[in-house]
Design a protein around this ligand. Structure first.
Ligand code: AMP
Ligand code: MG
Length: 341
């Protein structure tokens, strides 16, 4: 299959692909999504095929504004509108009871559905033009780092999808925060572009699912399907080194063999002479780290490095999401530089 590369001037063609039951990668502020008409089950199935995604891992429906919640969800609580008013358009996905006519292939057969309103002008214009909620997970091969440019999408899915709508580099760079509103208090299932602190500021108590911090145990049933899969992984294995940056850098220098790949905060990059270094952004700039993380992971695939060592942000703000993605990329292979010498 030939994959078309479309520009923002070709929105009509992009909408035609979606209305016609095709699959199209689209820009959002978080990462590129692989979209299909959420109400055409056969189109949605193509997303799973193209990505090699397990069928039980549900998709998020993308809508242009909160008025469309009623097209996807039943029994919408006031707190959903409170959150939408504060954070939409933006990187927050709400889990709500599904409407009966939302196809099973979108929800993985669950009684709930994830919905969000992306903050990217092309994405919103496209949804309005297609006049249907778009089902979209990240536009990568299953298990790979999420794509933050059209070139990343083509790397993984060129020849497997109908097209890519190029909207430039993603401004947030990590996926949406997922908040389950069907439990009380609401539960954070995945940290993302909206911080836990900001959510608590808006609605009060929120619990955090265990799977955010640790791998699922064998036989354990995940709260959100998808949590149990290895994710975000470059080709070479990753080791995450936690702790104060000077200690973490010292640990990596002492343990990583020469020539290894290193992901470092900008301020420490110069310390790693003889390594293949990708910078994550300044230590205090969580937004920059989020924007750069997946591109840094992918960049190693074009080198000869056989292992990657990563410094890790602390868990404040969007750092919780960056650290979570790094941990998963490492298959939870984590070393605490504070404890190990
Ligand atoms: P992706 O953004 O590519 O990781 O795909 C969407 C993710 O949203 C899935 O991996 C799930 O973890 C989550 N998700 C989507 N729908 C639901 C739902 N109804 N309940 C819980 N999690 C969901
Ligand atoms: Mg994904």
């Amino acid at each position: 299959m030939q994959t078309l590369l479309l520009s923002g001037a070709e929105l009509a063609a992009a909408a035609d692909i979606l209305r016609g039951g095709g699959v199209l990668a689209i820009p959002t502020e978080t990462v590129y999504g692989l979209a299909a008409d959420g109400f055409q089950p056969q189109a949605v199935e193509k997303i799973f095929e193209a990505k090699g995604r397990p069928q039980d891992n549900p998709l998020i429906l993308h809508i242009p504004d909160p008025d469309w919640l009623g097209r996807c969800c039943a029994e919408i609580p006031d707190v959903a509108y409170t959150l939408a008013a504060r954070f939409w358009p933006g990187p927050l996905t709400l889990i709500l009871k599904r409407r009966a006519d939302v196809p099973d292939v979108v929800t993985g057969g669950l009684g709930t559905v994830g919905v969000r309103c992306p903050d990217h002008p092309l994405a919103r214009a496209l949804i309005l033009r297609a006049d249907t909620p778009l089902a979209a997970p990240s536009a990568n091969r299953s298990g790979r780092p999420s794509p933050t440019t059209a070139a990343h999408v083509l790397e993984d899915l060129g020849g497997r999808i109908d097209g890519v709508l190029d909207g430039g580099a993603c401004s947030v760079g990590v996926e949406s925060t997922i908040l389950d509103l069907t439990v009380s208090p609401p539960c954070l299932l995945r940290p993302g572009g909206v911080s836990l602190e900001a959510l608590r500021d808006c609605i009060g108590a929120i619990t955090v699912d265990d799977a955010v911090y640790r791998p699922m145990e064998e036989g354990e049933h995940p709260r959100a399907p998808g949590m149990q899969y290895r994710h975000y992984a470059p080709v070479a294995p990753v080791t995450v080194v936690r702790g104060p940056p000077t200690r973490a850098a010292g640990y990596i220098l002492a343990h990583a063999p020469p020539g290894a790949g290193v992901i470092a905060f900008d301020e420490w990059a110069g310390a790693f002479a003889g390594y293949t270094v990708r910078t994550l952004g300044p230590r205090a700039d969580g937004a920059a780290q989020a924007r750069g993380l997946f591109a840094a992971l992918r960049a190693f695939d074009h080198t000869t490095v056989t292992e990657i060592w990563a410094m890790c942000p602390d868990e404040r703000g969007v750092g919780l999401a960056v650290a979570n993605r790094l941990r998963k990329a490492a298959g939870f292979h984590i070393i605490d530089a504070e404890e190990s010498v």
